[in-house]
Design a binder for this molecule. Structure first.
Ligand code: PGA
Length: 255
């Protein structure tokens, strides 16, 4: 596990975009696992820039998103479908047929979740999965207590997560209570993980993720077991780390 502390959120985003671009350059048919939330926005801006200014080609890339709220239609401004098209897909040359986002309007959620898992396998598995982290240590919507071997399924959101996300909705009642999410086992099957965090509100979760014991009570701690995980944070998110984190050679090449 590599832990990289960057001077700013912008620098964090540049490195994470470069790590993803590196995968795409080496494998034009790369399978990318993507995330939503405020944290990956800078990464998507940089990927758009790399596409527009440096010709980074997404035409053969496929994507699988981590999660989606149950009950929100694809055109709902707070749905993750809407988020992904607005913030990334409509700005790059991705083939819409290669985009996969869990369907929160599915009438058969367990059947959909099985299908989603099958599609990832059929595509050849995820080459890299981008992750944010909740202030409670969740990854995707795998809330504390989630099975560390879980697969794609529906989860009830913690009240804390609903409060964190309430800023995007008019009232607390509008914040969905359930989400379809890749499981922790699904995420861990990805060949590479990039976990991002910014701001002091994530410092506690990041310290536990990097230095705490592996526990389902802080789902992100599972990344300690991944053979190729890079955690990239800004200074405020790093303040509760106690060890030194010298840059690893693989990241030095790209930074
Ligand atoms: P955020 O969400 O990027 O909006 O902080 C991260 C998460 O909850 O996984």
């Amino acid at each position: 596990m590599e832990v990289v502390i960057k001077s700013s959120a912008e620098e964090m985003s540049k490195l994470s975009a470069e790590l993803i671009a590196d995968v795409v350059r080496h494998k034009p048919r790369a399978i990318l696992g993507l995330a939503t939330g405020s944290t990956p926005l800078g990464t998507y801006k940089e990927l758009i820039r790399l596409h527009k200014e440096e010709g980074l080609d997404f035409s053969r890339v496929s994507t699988f998103n981590l999660d989606e709220y149950v009950g929100l239609t694809h055109d709902h401004p707070q749905s993750y479908h809407y988020f992904m098209w607005e913030n990334l897909f409509k700005h790059i040359n991705i083939n819409p047929k290669n985009v996969h986002i869990p369907d929160g309007t599915s009438k058969d959620v367990p059947g959909f979740c099985r299908w989603y898992e099958e599609q990832i396998v059929k595509a050849g598995g995820l080459d890299v999965q981008l992750l944010g982290i909740g202030s409670n240590g969740h990854i995707a919507f795998n809330e504390p207590g989630s099975s560390l071997g879980s697969r794609t399924r529906v989860k009830t959101l913690d009240e804390g997560t609903r409060k964190d996300n309430a800023r995007f909705f008019k009232t607390m009642e509008e914040v969905p209570k359930y989400a379809i999410t890749m499981g922790i086992g699904t995420i861990m099957d990805s060949r590479q993980l990039i976990l991002l965090a910014t701001g002091a509100g994530k410092a506690d979760a990041i310290a536990k993720t990097c230095e705490g014991p592996i526990t389902a009570l802080v789902p992100a701690t599972i990344v300690q077991l991944h053979p190729k995980a890079t955690i990239v944070v800004d200074k405020p998110a790093s303040t509760k780390l106690t060890r030194e984190y010298p840059a690893e050679p693989s990241v030095l090449v790209l930074s």
